[in-house]
Design a protein around this ligand. Structure first.
Ligand code: FES
Length: 105
């Protein structure tokens, strides 16, 4: 069953930065680019790398894996280049009363 899960206060998220968020067994990547907040799985689909330690291109809305440099689009999780071939799962994000929520299953 899907539910909205509170992540943090929106004002605590800086533009152009990556954040980690753990909920139960899920490792979530939170990214803020151009004042929009994105959420996806945090572990690279190629091998085990934590994308919160990667690099955010705020203009392109892309996160780059720190291990083998695959780039993933924040909007849909799709990889732009090898070696990653599988997309990251992405999550709906909502801002309510100054708080960020994501929809988890
Ligand atoms: S672990 Fe991310 S591209 Fe290889």
């Amino acid at each position: 069953m899907s539910k909205w899960v509170k992540v943090c206060e929106e004002k605590s998220l800086e533009n152009g930065e990556l954040f980690d968020f753990d909920y139960e067994d899920k490792k979530i990547l939170i990214a803020k680019a151009n004042n929009k907040v994105y959420a996806s799985d945090r572990i690279c689909t190629h091998a085990y790398a934590d994308l919160a330690t990667g690099f955010l291109d705020e203009k392109e809305k892309v996160v780059t894996c720190p291990l083998h440099m695959s780039r993933f689009r924040l909007e849909d999780g799709s990889p732009e280049n090898l070696p990653a071939e599988e997309p990251l799962k992405t999550y709906n994000v909502e801002s309510r009363d100054g708080l960020i929520y994501i929809m988890l299953e």
